[in-house]
Design a protein around this ligand. Structure first.
Ligand code: IZC
Ligand code: ZN
Length: 413
C-alpha cells in the first residue's frame, strides 16, 4: 500500500528536526499516511510509496517547511483601531492612549457590543488569512470582553472555530488584559471577580488551556500577575505572561519563577531575566511586528537570548492595536532586520520553537516521521528568499493533517 500523499522533487525541505540539528534537505521528498508523516528524505521517493491512489505534489523549485505556528494572537475581537493612527503619529504613547480609555478599552467596547455571529465571522476571516499565509496552528487569547459573558462568548467562538476550521486553535483566557471601566480604580475588585467568577467557569468548561496576564505599568503589577497566574495554575491552566513589553518590570524573572510555558514580548527584559528564563526552560515568544507597529525603535534581544540558551519563538501578536496582521511571512522580515535573526533561525522560531510555546512539540513543529502532516509548500527556492522578498504571499500549498487545504494560493476545503 502506498502513501496517501507524497511531496516529490522539493528543492529544499526545512525539517526543523531537533535531533538532526534542524537539517535542511536539498532535493527531497516527504510521504504522508493517515494524516501523519511517514518518511522524509533526500533523493527520489521510493516506488513502493506511490500507488494509483497516492496524491503527488511536485515541489520542484519550491521549499517545504513545517506548518507555521503562530503562538501569540488576540484572535477573537470586534472592531478595529485605525482611528488611533493620528494619535500614534503625534507621538501619544500606547499606554497613554489606554489611560484615556482608548486602545484595548476601545476594542473592549466593540467586542461587548458585537454579537456572536459577528465575532465569529471576523475571526473566521482571520483564520482564513492565516491559513493562506501558511499558519496551521494558532494560539488565541480572550481579553476584549473582560466581563463574564463576553469573555465566555469569545472563548466559545474560538472553540467552535477550532472544531470547524482546518487551523487548530489553542485557547488562552486573558481576562487580565486591562482593568475594565466598571472596575476603574479597583484593580483588586477586578482580580477577585476573575479569580472567583470567571476562571473557575473557564477551567470547568475547558474553554482555555492557558492563562495569560498583561504584566505592565498601569495594568497588572508583578505581584498581581503572580497571584492571578498561580490561581490559574491551581485550576489546571498552563501559564503565559506578557512580560517586559514596554516598561521593565522583571516580567521575565516572574515567568522563570513560575516556570511559565512562555514569556512574550520581552523588549525590556533584563539580562538576569534572560538567564533565569534559560535555566527554567521558559520559551521566549518575540513579537517583532509589534515593535515595528508601536514605533519603539527597539526589538527583543533575540540574539542575546539564543546565546544564553533560551528557546526563541516568533509570533504575529495579531491584534487590532499593536499588530493588525495575520501574516507570519511579513513578521519574518521584521525578525530578520529588527532582531538580526537568520532565515533558518526564523523558520525554527515559527515552527518547532513555537510548538514548545503551546506545548505541542511532540505532535507538530517539524517534519519527521510520526508527527502530524502539517506542512507548507512555498513558491520559493530556499528559506532565505521567503524572508528576503517581503510583503507578498509566497504560499503555494498548505497541507493540514495530510490534506491539501490551500492549493495554488487559494483556500481548498
Ligand atoms: O489590543 O493593544 N499589548 N495587548 C498588550 C495588546 C498589546 C493588544 C491591544
Ligand atoms: Zn499580546
Amino acid at each position: 500500500m502506498g502513501a496517501d500523499l507524497v511531496i516529490i522533487n522539493a528543492s529544499n525541505i526545512a525539517t526543523c528536526d531537533e535531533q538532526k540539528n534542524y537539517e535542511i534537505i536539498a532535493n527531497g521528498y516527504v510521504a504522508v499516511k493517515d494524516g501523519i508523516i511517514l518518511e522524509v528524505n533526500a533523493g527520489n521517493a521510493p516506488r513502493e510509496l506511490i500507488d494509483n491512489r497516492t496524491t503527488i505534489v511536485d515541489a520542484s523549485g519550491k521549499t517545504v517547511t513545517p506548518g507555521l505556528i503562530d503562538a501569540h494572537t488576540h484572535l477573537v475581537h470586534g472592531g478595529s483601531r485605525e482611528r488611533e493612527l493620528p494619535l500614534k503619529l503625534k507621538g501619544v504613547p500606547y499606554l497613554e492612549i489606554l489611560k484615556m480609555g482608548g486602545g484595548i478599552l476601545s476594542t473592549v467596547r466593540h467586542t461587548r457590543s458585537a454579537d456572536r455571529a459577528e465575532l465569529k465571522a471576523k475571526a473566521l476571516s482571520s483564520l482564513n488569512q492565516m491559513l493562506l499565509h501558511g499558519t496551521t496552528t494558532v494560539e488565541g487569547k480572550s481579553g476584549y470582553g473582560l466581563d463574564f459573558d463576553t469573555e465566555v462568548k469569545c472563548l466559545e467562538v474560538a472553540r467552535e472555530l477550532n472544531e470547524q476550521h482546518p487551523v487548530d486553535v489553542v485557547s488562552t483566557y486573558m481576562g487580565a488584559h486591562a482593568i475594565p471601566e466598571e472596575f476603574k480604580g479597583n484593580t483588586q475588585g477586578y482580580i477577585d471577580f476573575m479569580v472567583q467568577k470567571v476562571m473557575p467557569y473557564v477551567a470547568e468548561h475547558k474553554l482555555a488551556e492557558y492563562i495569560d496576564v498583561f504584566c505592565e505599568e498601569g495594568v497588572f503589577t508583578p505581584d498581581e500577575s503572580r497571584y492571578i497566574l498561580q490561581e490559574g495554575r491551581k485550576l489546571g491552566l498552563k501559564l503565559k505572561i506578557h512580560a517586559d513589553e514596554i516598561i521593565p518590570l522583571s516580567g521575565a524573572e516572574l515567568a522563570a519563577e513560575l516556570k511559565a510555558a512562555s514569556a512574550d514580548h520581552l523588549l525590556a527584559a533584563s539580562d538576569e531575566g534572560i538567564e533565569a528564563m534559560a535555566k527554567a526552560g521558559v520559551t521566549a515568544v518575540t513579537l517583532p511586528g509589534t515593535s515595528f507597529y508601536l514605533m519603539l525603535g527597539k526589538y527583543a534581544q533575540a540574539r542575546k537570548m539564543m546565546d544564553a540558551g533560551v528557546r526563541v519563538a516568533i509570533a504575529t501578536d495579531y491584534n487590532p492595536g499593536t499588530c493588525p496582521t495575520e501574516n507570519l511571512q511579513a513578521i519574518m522580515t521584521f525578525a530578520c532586520f529588527g532582531m538580526k535573526m537568520t532565515p533558518e533561525e526564523i523558520i525554527r522560531a515559527m515552527t518547532i520553537n513555537a510548538a514548545y510555546a503551546v506545548d505541542r512539540n511532540k505532535e507538530i513543529g517539524s517534519i519527521e516521521p510520526g508527527k502530524k502532516a502539517d506542512m507548507v509548500v512555498f513558491n520559493s527556492p530556499n528559506v532565505e528568499f521567503i524572508v528576503y522578498h517581503f510583503g507578498i504571499n509566497h504560499v503555494d500549498k498548505v497541507i493540514k493533517n495530510g490534506k491539501i487545504v490551500v492549493q495554488d494560493g487559494k483556500l481548498n476545503f
